[in-house]
Design a protein around this ligand. Structure first.
Ligand code: NAP
Ligand code: ZN
Length: 356
């Protein structure tokens, strides 16, 4: 029997959220049924459901920063047990057989990973995300949340955490490296904490100094306001790695000048519009312009364990299920410190509309 669950759903990009009853699949032998306790709001949820990246499949429930408790497991499940604290991020399936999956890089599955929402699942249905009370996920894509991290501050680690942990690892951010994080939002505030915990010297490039004190608490050595004229005068040629988390247009040429020779600017922000660069910005100094897409499941578990060992969690503002539309406007305005997390207990106060 499919499982019915309350979920926040939109029927079109410009419609407000409503609480609807949606179906989760009848659990298969390898499935884990999770009672969701907390769901983070990623800017990708907003880009998707506002059709900023192209047309999304409606009706749709988004959310890929999910933390909860295992409620039931299929007969063949070995990795998780009822009562375990678990998380789900941006993927719920991949082929498991291609060279990328075999190399623990499921996010780059050659046969296409299945996204947690708005993806066509292997059974042909469209996946529905984590702004809900319950989700059913194959055990291979269910992470263990270590003791010591509360579920609500763990939820954003499942996307924002791994999205910064992975390039920090790949590009060798650590002792002796100078790193800039552009944009101090959900992703950026994880980047600052993780890079600082790895021993790097971290500079935040934010539009103003409004978050300067908070940036310092997260581990930044300095914050520079990019809204000021000549903000970059002292910074040119000084960074080994720049992590760009900005969700909007950015002057890439100007930021590439901040790299040392052979430095790398890694883009994780996904602005809807195409961005341009002058190739000369890369050639002088042999610089690298790279991208990075979340991270694999093995590395996501490593990131969660690293966060637990270093006392790192997301800095969150908790909201109820009726506050999500307003929260989206605040995220776009940069008015969140630093991640909104939906407390799914607040579904209990809401009637679900009947859907077919
Ligand atoms: P967010 O919380 O809104 O943070 C984005 C930050 O970018 C803002 O806090 C702001 O920082 C800065 N910013 C926003 N608008 C700007 C503008 N017009 N000019 C300059 N800076 C601006 O968003 P998020 O959840 O961290 O996500 C950031 C981006 O990463 C989104 O595009 C999202 O879709 C993408 N993403 C990518 C991956 C991946 O795997 N690559 C994973 C998750 C998300 P300041 O206020 O400090 O300037
Ligand atoms: Zn995300």
């Amino acid at each position: 029997m499919p499982i019915l669950t309350k979920a926040l759903q939109k029927t079109a990009p410009d419609q407000p959220y409503r609480v609807a009853q949606i179906e989760r699949r009848d659990p298969r032998p390898h499935d884990v049924v999770i009672a969701i306790k907390a769901a983070g709001i990623c800017h990708s949820d907003i880009h998707t459901i506002r059709d900023e990246w192209g047309s999304a499949p409606f009706p749709l429930t988004v959310g890929h920063e999910i933390a909860g408790i295992v409620e039931a497991v299929g007969d063949a499940v070995t990795r998780h047990a009822v009562g375990d604290r678990v998380g789900v991020g941006c993927m719920v399936d991949s082929c498991g057989e291609c060279e990328q999956c075999l190399a623990d890089q499921e996010q780059d599955c050659l046969n296409g990973q299945v996204g947690t929402y708005a993806s066509v699942d292997r059974d042909g249905t469209v996946t529905q995300g984590g702004y809900a009370e319950t989700i059913v996920v194959d055990e291979r894509f269910v992470l263990s949340i270590p003791e010591g991290i509360e579920l609500d501050v763990a939820a954003p680690l499942l996307c924002a955490g791994i999205t910064l942990y992975s390039p920090i690892d790949r590009w060798g951010v650590g002792e002796g490296t100078r790193v800039a994080v552009i944009g101090l939002g959900g992703l950026g505030h994880m980047g600052v904490q993780l890079a600082a915990a790895k021993g790097a010297d971290v500079t935040v490039l934010s539009r103003s100094l409004a978050k300067e004190a908070l940036a310092a608490e997260l581990g930044a050595t300095r914050t520079v306001a990019t809204g000021e004229e000549d903000w970059d005068a002292e910074l040119r040629g000084t960074f080994d790695v720049i992590l760009n988390t900005v969700s909007a247009d950015l002057d890439l040429d100007r930021h590439l000048r901040l790299l040392k020779p052979h430095g790398a600017m890694v883009n994780v922000g996904l602005p809807p519009a195409a961005q341009s660069i002058k190739i000369g910005s890369l050639i002088g100094g042999g610089k690298v312009l790279a991208g990075s897409n979340i991270g694999g499941i093995r590395q996501t578990q490593e990131m969660l364990d690293f966060c637990a060992a270093h006392g790192i969690g997301a800095v969150i503002e908790t909201i109820g299920v009726t506050e999500v539309d307003e929260a989206y406007d605040r995220v776009v305005a940069g008015d969140v410190r630093f991640r909104f997390v939906i407390d799914t207990a607040t579904f209990a106060e809401q009637e679900a509309v009947a859907t077919e």
